[in-house]
Design a protein around this ligand. Sequence first.
Ligand code: NAD
Length: 290
Amino acid sequence: MTRIAFIGLGNMGGGMAANLVKAGHEVHAFDLSSEALARAQENGCQTYTSVREAVQGAQAVVSMLPNGEIVESVYSADVIGHAPRSALLLDCSTIDVATARKVEEAARAAGYEMVDAPVSGGIAAANGGTLTFMVGGSEAAFAKAEPILAAMGKAVIHAGASGAGQAAKICNNMILGATMIATCEAFALADKLGLDLQTFFDISSKASGQSWSITAYCPVPGVGPQSPADNGYQGGFAAALMLKDLKLAMEAAKAAGAMVPMGQRAQELYEAFAAAGNGAVDFSGIIKTL
Ligand code: NAD
């Protein structure tokens, strides 16, 4: 059993903290939201009224927060210098690579080991303990992080040095954003050309156009496996979150001097989709605009 402080018990963090409890860890939880804290308590976490209290005596600190600005402020104000120096720090939020590296450097300078460990998989995977973790950090830090993350996921992969987890996450989601739009436009065109869409699925899922967006998440209702398309594009992965990840990818590409024309176009299309009031709609719902 490890004493783990858990910060950020929202849609994702709530289920992740509950899975740490189920795995036998002692979880000391904090969130700004009293509802989130009440749910965490029902799930067996001990709850606290500040980050500083929650990290007292912790052997590990896990965070699942909305963005890089919040991650940086929580770690610099209330974790670094307040958690024991021996505590392993794991940030599972999706944030920009530069901030992830900056926070890790500050933690390392103060004597801590820290990993960035963003996740693939949505709320269902967080609740079910089937997330995929992409981890950035030293070999030694990864070895310590792995058993903790394994209690919340089905795969834990060492992506490389600090920031590599975030880099892998945004590159993966840039593929996903662009391929989902490509899938949507191809199915919309197939329809206009008079193809039966189930037949086109049967072909494209076995031909060279095949992708996860087709075989696991087909954006056409009634075609392919069960997906948010079969549920009015509710649930799943919100367009606003896809847009967040594409913006992070564009920032990283700019900083690295990389050309990303497909990612750029995907970002523009999701920006317009979200601005039209579809931020909460599943990202495959963009098919309705094509
Ligand atoms: P959420 O908004 O549901 O949860 C974030 C939680 O952080 C909230 O409960 C909020 O009260 C809390 N919080 C905010 N500021 C805080 C602070 N200073 N101190 C303590 N708690 C604070 O968001 P989510 O959907 O759980 O996403 C969390 C992270 O996971 C994000 O970085 C997101 O990009 C990433 N992510 C989400 C999904 C998804 O499908 N929802 C999938 C993969 C990755």
